[in-house]
Design a protein around this ligand. Sequence first.
Ligand code: 9MJ
Length: 687
Amino acid sequence: MPLPEQVVVHAAELRAEIERHNHAYYRLDAPTIPDAEYDRLFRELQGLEQQYPELLTADSPTQRVGAAPLKEFPPRRHGVPMLSLNNAFEPAEVEAFDQRVRDGLETIAAVDYAVEPKFDGLAISLTYENGLFTCGATRGDGATGEEVTPNLRTLRCIPLRLVGSGWPALIEIRGEVLIFKQAFADLNARQRERGDKEFANPRNAAAGSLRQLDSRITASRPLAFFAYGVGAGAESLPIKTHAELMDLLLSWGFPVAEERRVVQGSKGLLGYFAEIGAKRPSLPYDIDGVVYKVNRLAAQAQLGFVSRAPRFAIAHKFPAEEALTEVLGIDVQVGRTGAITPVARLKPVFVGGVTVTNATLHNEDEVRRKDVRIGDTVIVRRAGDVIPEVVAIVPEKRPMKPGKDLFDSEPVQAPFAMPTACPECGSAIEKGIDEAIARCTGGLYCPAQRKQALLHFAARRAMDIEGLGDKLVDQMVDAGLLHSPADLYGLTVETLAGLERMGDKSAQNLIAAIEKSKQTTLARFIFALGIRNVGEATARDLARHFGTLEALLAADAAALQQVPDVGPIVAASLAAFLGEAHNREIIERLQAAGVTWAEAAPAETGPRVFTGKTLVLTGTLPKLKRDEAKMLIEAAGGKVSGSVSKKTDFVVAGEEAGSKLEKAQELGVPVIDETELLKLLEKGIEE
Ligand code: 9MJ
């Protein structure tokens, strides 16, 4: 059917009107029309779009109701990494932060800080291309997240098209998805009525709602969003401060914190902390602290980054919440690397937004120092998503045997004693000299370590084997089917189908997921091996440095320490792991089973392409300001130096480059221009 002009116009009018009502309802909390009238407009637009499918646009409000379920979330590499923030808890730490900032900026004057609440939700990145929302992703590991675009489309407070003007062709908006307190209470009431499981707290509910393969479920959840930053595209904004950035985001249609402000110096920071702390109970959403950011963007660039967090910002967290409860028992848990952790089993208690039934006692010395015994009343602390811990006992409440008077009674329970053998496998428990942590010496012989090693191996950020959960791993290890990760690749549908609660279809799915995991990256593979002290970031650094597994396997402790960020401890863990014949055998079997990766794939070169590299900037770059270029290079792990030497890896030269360019040419240091710099930042260095 041809598309009549007046239909196009009418659809555009309907869309504009619906978005206006959305804005009034969801953003201003001031509905402008009755629900029934809104529904009528919405259905009219839906009807038109059904009749003329070519009318449908990506930014139509009808697209907010959810789309057909996905099979999985595709990975999404962020244009600029999503940073995390360092934390401060005490005023002295805030003062130290302010001092570092002033030292870095070489000023004694009070620094202007943009301050804002710290939303307790989950961080996401929204990509807009020519003003149109095209992609949204979770933070993930900071470099790569999961794409959840259809889910984010359902959030009425996220603009599908930017309003106003002045945005670059491509921009990443950073912010937090959360659920307001009242909406959370209503959601849980609904869950209860339906007999569905209730959510522990708004943060979990928000995270669970956003990670739905079926976006229609997300659409039914009351998710909200606040913007607080920009990733890619920041360099071309006509602004000088973070406060201006927030105003700009607001003008484009994003909700931003009303409580944002600019204050001066550490006094201003602490004053704001006290003010928001007092307001916290009456805020409509949960916050777990406040965030301080150096206001001037040029100053931010000058301060740069340390590791994966900016030096120009810090999160000042509220104190953890505490509650009293009773110790029902003390067990020890065996971790993935054999670490033995004493754990207090507690009478369930609601603290920091969740019901806590276990709390860590950290290690033997801690239990002894705190003298925690069964039957004791204890103070339990939980901060944010940190593991709950026992802070102290309440001595007056300790159960005592009857005595002739107060001074003649003794505790009912003896002090806690660490077992000398692993409760899971019976192997000896050993503690190195000067080590706080005791370890089971059983290695992969210990089923507890084996189970966790397998779960780690299969984890999303490791080999990403979907469907291999803890119940299944427990069963397979107990049945003797799995001794090491390499055994996973010998499993068949028939073997699996014999397991409890495992239908043919689930067995096939799991085998398919295992098969799919064979194609991986070197960084993921190294991380998946579960080597002590080798986390995701170190695994990536190792992959990038060595390029091939063979080179890594051939490296000794000294060669390992050549890797940026690998110190003696990490090098020793790696050397110990690689020195074990059975670990090498597992690696060989995994490769023989077909686990493979593209060597030096761009994904592994990662966004931190300049780790360990020193660059020198000279002349005027066509697009980037000097401090913007510096910030990008530092965000990619590199250092910017003021002078050229033999150690310089690249000189980035612009217009009117002078003596530094000559020096580079003299020393044979590679010279690149801005375009090449940007290309390297995006694609990585081919070495
Ligand atoms: C939260 N969670 O509210 C940042 N955040 O800035 C605010 N988080 C942040 N800023 C840089 N307000 C990295 C994270």
